[in-house]
Structure formats: C-alpha cells, structure tokens
Design a protein. Sequence first.
Length: 79
Amino acid sequence: MAIRFANNCSNCVNLVENAFCSKHEVLVSQKYTCDQFDMKAELKNERSCTNCNKHETSSCAHPSKAAPGMLCSSWAPSA
C-alpha cells in the first residue's frame, strides 16, 4: 500500500491562518480540495502529546511523561 499526502486544503499553499483559502477567499477544512490545489513544498510533523486524542485521558500510554512537544508510538489524531 502506498502512502501519500492527500490533495486537500490542509496540504495546499493557498491555505492561510484560520482555515482561510487565499485563492477563493472562503473558509475551508481538510475535507475540501479544488482544481487550483498546489501542494506545500515543506513537510511538517506537528504531532505531539498536546494534539493527541489520548492526552490526559486514561488511555494515555505514558501519562507521567506526556508533555508538549513529545511524541510516542501511541499517538492518535485528535480530529
């Protein structure tokens, strides 16, 4: 199975602050894409304890070590 980035707004250079598309001047989400999609040149690894769905819950694998900027193999997206 190949893994690749989706052609959606969250990976597009036209996405600016607050989920705003600078190309179409509308609010968007990661579920959207369009014919003017232009992939961002850089990759970002923004995963950490603070955006993990398990952070500060009973399902956190390392509750005593969890902190902003840290990451473990149990990370789960919060969205």
